[in-house]
Write a protein that binds this ligand. Sequence first.
Ligand SMILES: [Zn+2]
Length: 297
Amino acid sequence: MLGRWLAALCAMTWVMGAAGPAAAQDKVRVVATFSILADLARNVGGDAVDVTALVGPDSDAHAYSPSPADAKRLADAKVVLVNGLGFEGWIERLVKASGTKAAVVVASKGVKSRQMKDEDHGKSDPHAWQSVANAKIYVANIRDGLLKADPAGKAAYEANAAAYLAKLDALEAEVKATIAALPAARRKIITTHDAFGYFGAAYGMEFIAPQGVSTESEVSARDVAKIIRQIKAQKIPAVFMENVTDPRLMQRIADETGAKIGGKLYSDALSAPGGPAATYIDMMTNNLKEFRGALAS
Ligand SMILES: [Zn+2]
């Protein structure tokens, strides 16, 4: 009985395996450190890749603690995709511990990084994806990493990347036009952590954040008092929540200053599928809608 059942299962597996041109086991396994990179990789890899993210939707990659299961996933991967610029402080140890032979592709390679002021000891700002021009560099790096790891898929990766880059061009034009249409004096907002510096530099908007570039740093009462004074002095119109940070600090700042709460921004992670920011393009479009809603007069 068991023998027959096994034989049937084997036959079924064989049929399923033969049915599709790229069954799951034939696909190039790509592990991305976080959800935004995973989405970019799916757009470039298409049907040829099986992409998973270590840090999933609505989760904070700064403060992530990898599990033994993550090490196993790296060991089974052909390509490991990381942001770089110090974003994933935990990745180097995880790669070592996993013993993976995967190619490690740094998506931000070639990006002109934003250097933080002296209180951050000259650290790089890792949130380069918030500028669409940088996202295009990420896509080129992902394409080059995939075609090196899987030369047979070269033509498909190049075609997918070109099609997706055209979509990013359209997105970039929309972001520029939307921000340029906001009154210049109102292009100032508060977020919990400093995730939008590249966006601000690229499109002409000022972001002020009590927490600095990592969600791991503590916010002191002095920092909060300083921000409150700044909001009042500069008449900053809105404070924003983020999907990866605790909303209570922003709520308190809004209560004490009368600034309005401008909705939820997606900074370091996408939303779950079906949410308002399930892809990189949807994330940027969602944030743009929130900025326009709070800042257009
Ligand atoms: Zn961040």
